[in-house]
Design a protein around this ligand. Structure first.
Ligand SMILES: *Cc1c(COP(=O)(O)O)cnc(C)c1O
Length: 564
């Protein structure tokens, strides 16, 4: 389809579990966005990098030490090569770029094409041939070259493929924002101006949309100005505007995206506020993230929805009618999903997880601010809760970025705590978190736990996957949960969304206290002794949150607020 009017750019896109072109939430969100765009039949085309060696495969030894292996995946089995060839000048090198196509077909019968850029071309140097190998790998220089390929190369590939009618460019995070320089260069060429004019810059701005995804500093790419000068030596708009583009001897791709977009949004209402403080001077709106419900619903839930709400795949809002599904049906569908999870865990970790025991799930990138070990803050208290309320088992998953030493230490901590618990609480850590593991975990546990340090969680989407499967959350009030939590109705909150006044350690202590108190006094007694009410909360999670926190609703908002 060459009549696309929207181009969506993302450094990572989770096309399917077996294609390792994603690292986590950003890529999964991009994939779900495109799946819903295809369902809606939107005239959209997407661009990303091939990531021939993936992000990495995680291995964990008996002590929880993470090692990384690069992934080899059979590109040609999944993707179709396209004929287009373009090049991008990096320093004095003319780097050749080709592309592969993956079509996402939607329930409308339409498809969205994704182009994955590849620099593994004969004419390129050894270094350049590997530029599109590693997602988030290499040093600053490697990353800047990658991002020039993504942004500048991405626009050129679209043109080479005949996409000349694109009116909107959506930057999913700042990684792709060098694309605005190419758009300026095109205009200058078309209009025959020697330099980029303010009118041209304005015209580009009218075409661009920027979604920011994280308040964490490492998520915002910054490059030394002299490196940017060298790499983008042949990029006229950069050389002309370098003074404005480089602030304090740095090229900041987030600022490039902010200053070049007419519509900017955060990914939850609370994240909008956080981003507005970080980037005062830019008007920032919010569109809360969602998930693609068909992708994340378990097989048993899909079957149940098919019986009760037949058009749920193309009318997610209709999932509100889950409120009238028999509780017994919800429970049985959940039990089937739980059985699949128990079998998977026992196969991989061999620890005798028990279908009858209340099971908590926690899967996210292993990094400090996600605070994976909060549930283990006070083991004695946890023992008393279990004596008092009944058994508990916990399943974890998540990779640490190869350079995140404290994130890796967190995984080791969980292994050590699990050993010391000596089977009193069964704890499993599933290695190599990916979409498949995410899908069976969010569907199969009884409660989804989330304990990030506010305001770091921009949105979070795994709790939404749990919700569509009738799994309530017990979560810190951050990200989407500020909007999704109706206390005791869709799940439970830990703390306030604006903790204030106290010291950091006092806030943490009070969060831990709330976490334990709610488990002991409300959630576990309800699960073991008042099952009927627990299933009500499960059903509400589907009807109230599943019907809203999905990418169908999200895409409708992008169309009306951002695209047109
Ligand atoms: C959904 C998902 C994520 C993002 O979940 P968060 O709640 O944002 O942590 C990350 N990785 C995988 C594999 C996922 O499926």
């Amino acid at each position: 389809m060459t009549n696309a009017s929207i181009a969506y750019f993302s450094m990572e896109i989770a096309l399917e579990s077996a294609i390792p072109t994603y690292s986590g939430g950003l890529g999964v969100l991009a994939g779900d966005t495109l799946r819903s765009a295809a369902d809606a039949g939107l005239p959209l085309v997407a661009v990303t990098l091939l990531s021939r060696k993936g992000y990495f495969r995680q291995r964990l030894d008996d002590l929880g030490n993470q090692t990384e292996e690069s992934v080899q995946w059979p590109v040609g089995d999944y993707l179709a090569p396209v004929d287009a060839r373009i090049s991008v000048k990096l320093e004095d090198r003319e780097v050749k770029v080709r592309a592969w196509r993956y079509d996402i077909s939607g329930f409308s019968g339409q498809a969205v094409s994704v182009y994955l850029l590849d620099t593994d071309c004969d004419d390129n140097t050894e270094f350049d041939r590997k530029l599109t190998d590693h997602l988030y790998g290499g040093d600053d220089y490697y990353r800047l070259c990658q991002e020039a390929i993504l942004g500048i190369g991405g626009i050129r590939i679209l043109r080479a493929l005949g996409h000349n009618g694109i009116e909107r460019y959506h930057m999913n995070e700042g990684h792709s924002s060098l694309l605005v320089l190419e758009l300026m260069q095109e205009l200058a060429r078309q209009q025959g101006t020697a330099q980029t004019t303010p009118e041209q810059i304005n015209e580009v701005r009218q075409q661009c949309i920027f979604t920011t995804h994280t308040p964490v500093a490492a998520g915002h790419d910054r490059f030394p100005a002299d490196m940017a000068f060298r790499v983008l030596k042949q990029c006229n708009p950069f050389q002309e505007c370098a003074d404005e583009l480089c602030c304090e001897q740095e090229l900041n791709l987030t600022y490039l995206a902010l200053s070049s977009s007419h519509y900017i949004n955060g990914v939850a209402k609370k994240h909008r506020q956080t981003s507005q403080k970080m980037f005062a001077g830019y008007a920032i709106d919010s569109i809360t993230n969602g998930i693609h419900v068909h992708t994340w619903a378990s097989d048993a839930m899909r079957t149940l929805f098919d019986r009760k709400i037949p058009d749920w795949r193309v009318d997610n809002a209709g999932l509100r009618n889950a409120i009238s599904i028999d509780k017994e049906d919800i429970w049985q569908a959940h039990q089937a999903a739980k059985r699949a999870l128990m079998e998977y865990i026992n196969k991989v970790c061999n620890i005798g997880m028990d279908q009858q025991v209340m099971t908590l799930g926690f899967a996210r990138r292993a990094t400090q601010y996600k605070r994976a070990t909060m549930i283990f803050s006070d083991i004695d208290r946890l023992r008393k809760i279990i004596d008092h309320c009944g058994a508990l088992q916990i399943v974890f998953s998540g990779k640490a970025h190869p350079k995140d030493q404290s994130g890796k230490a967190l995984i080791r901590d969980i292994f050590e705590i699990a050993r010391n618990l000596n089977g009193f609480i069964r704890v499993a850590y599933l290695p190599d978190y990916d979409m498949d593991i995410g899908r069976i975990m969010t569907a199969g546990v009884d409660l989804w736990l989330n304990t990030p340090l506010p305001p770091m969680e921009a949105s979070g989407t795994s709790g939404m996957k749990a919700a569509i499967n009738g799994v309530p959350s017990l979560s810190i009030l951050d990200g989407w949960w500020v909007e999704g939590c109706i206390e005791g109705v869709t799940g439970w909150a830990i703390g306030n969304s604006e903790p204030h006044g106290e010291s950091a350690s006092e806030i943490t202590a009070s969060e831990v206290d709330i976490l334990y108190s709610k488990l002991e006094n409300i959630i576990m007694p309800m699960y073991y002794q008042d099952r009927d009410n627990y299933i009500s909360v499960m059903r509400n999670a589907i009807a109230i949150n599943g019907s809203f926190f999905n990418t169908e609703r999200m895409m409708n908002q992008y169309v009306t607020k951002a695209y047109f």
